[in-house]
Write a protein that binds this ligand. Structure first.
Ligand code: MTE
Length: 328
């Protein structure tokens, strides 16, 4: 069951160049970035959205004061929680390397200031500093199952807000059918970007019905703390009924569009990874079974559930779409 050894892109192996260490990242921010942050931070900031006395709230500070947030008891699962240390050190984040031990390298990523762009078919296109955005949003904690397409699974408490709140903030026009999301590209901090055969930047997408489903969450924290860089700071998608690769990390852009986005893995290999990527134990990956999953905690192998156990919430979305490749 060492599926993670069977990396997603074995067939490309011959082209790989030795991975170099991350360029050491200067701790200071340069003056231009700092000024840009101030400018971006002022967009949409209101006195009410900033905590009293928080001089740092405009783009250069921390959001640690927001956590922990209260847990929503409607979203719990009958599975043991994954140990924090495991979830924070066993990651997929190809921008930092195509293996699981990227947690150290990811510390180089610059996450302040962090500008989020909302554009495309919306009434309210905006560039907003992450901190202004997160302070406008209704934060809560939810415990979700998480199933990677490679066959491993974890159960973690995410902090964040319903993606529907972001959609409502953007005010999509009636023609918007999908939301495309994009990860930051930081050439200086992300050695994976030099692996030129990948279709950077990492892109993912959801239909509007998926984006506004109550389960879809923009996570800004985990285990009651701000999101660690390796898990996708400062904001990442969480869609627990889909394979993990849909859960795009470190998002800088939400584009509302009438065209179905082509996501990173689909672009790389459309015979193995599709747009919908819903979890289904009965539809094997072309190179391995999806019937079981290996729990990160103890290595135990347990049966995988259709829609990762979330069918009551999401099965209706896919009615009448039987001819689509819903499970890859
Ligand atoms: N997002 C970006 N930008 N880059 C990635 O390589 N990997 C995906 C997803 N989001 C990935 C990403 C995959 S394959 C998985 S399984 C999850 O992130 C892993 O999330 P975790 O490290 O928090 O467990």
């Amino acid at each position: 069951a060492q599926l993670e050894d069977d990396m997603l892109i074995r067939r490309k192996k011959g082209w790989e160049i030795p991975e170099r260490d991350a360029t050491p990242q200067a701790i200071y921010q340069n003056r231009r970035q700092f000024l840009k942050g101030i400018a971006a931070g002022s967009i949409g900031a209101t006195a009410a959205s900033l905590p009293l006395g928080s001089a740092l709230a405009q783009g250069t500070g921390t959001t640690a004061d927001l956590y922990p947030v209260s847990r929503n008891p409607a979203y719990t699962v009958d599975r043991e929680m994954t140990e924090k240390a495991k979830a924070l050190t066993y990651n997929n984040f190809y921008e930092f390397g195509s293996h699981k031990s990227i947690s150290q390298a990811a510390q180089a990523m610059n996450i302040r200031p962090w500008t989020v762009k909302i554009d495309g078919l919306v009434e309210n296109p905006i560039e907003i500093d992450f901190e202004d955005l997160v302070r406008k949003m209704p934060l809560e904690e939810r415990v979700y199952r998480f199933r990677c397409v490679e066959g491993w699974a974890m159960t973690v408490p995410w902090s964040g807000f319903p993606m529907k709140a972001l959609v409502d903030f953007a005010k999509p026009l009636s023609g918007a059918k999908y939301v495309e999301m994009e990860t930051a590209s930081q050439k200086e901090t992300m050695p994976g970007l030099r692996q030129f055969w990948y279709p950077w930047p990492y892109v993912e997408g959801l239909s509007m019905a998926e984006a506004t489903n109550e389960l879809s969450m923009i996570a800004t924290g985990i285990y009651g703390e701000e999101m660690p860089k390796q898990n996708g700071a400062p904001l990442r998608l969480v869609t627990p009924w889909k394979y993990g690769f849909k859960n795009i990390k470190s998002i800088v852009r939400f584009t509302f569009t009438d065209e179905r986005p082509v996501s990173f893995w689909e672009e790389l290999n459309k015979d193995e990874y599709g747009f919908w990527a819903n979890v289904n134990p009965k539809v094997p990956h072309p190179r391995w079974s999806q019937a079981q999953e290996r729990l990160l905690n103890n290595g135990e192998s347990v049966p995988t559930l259709i829609y990762n156990g979330y069918g009551d919430y999401v099965a209706d979305i896919y009615k009448g779409m039987e001819n689509e490749k819903l499970f890859m």
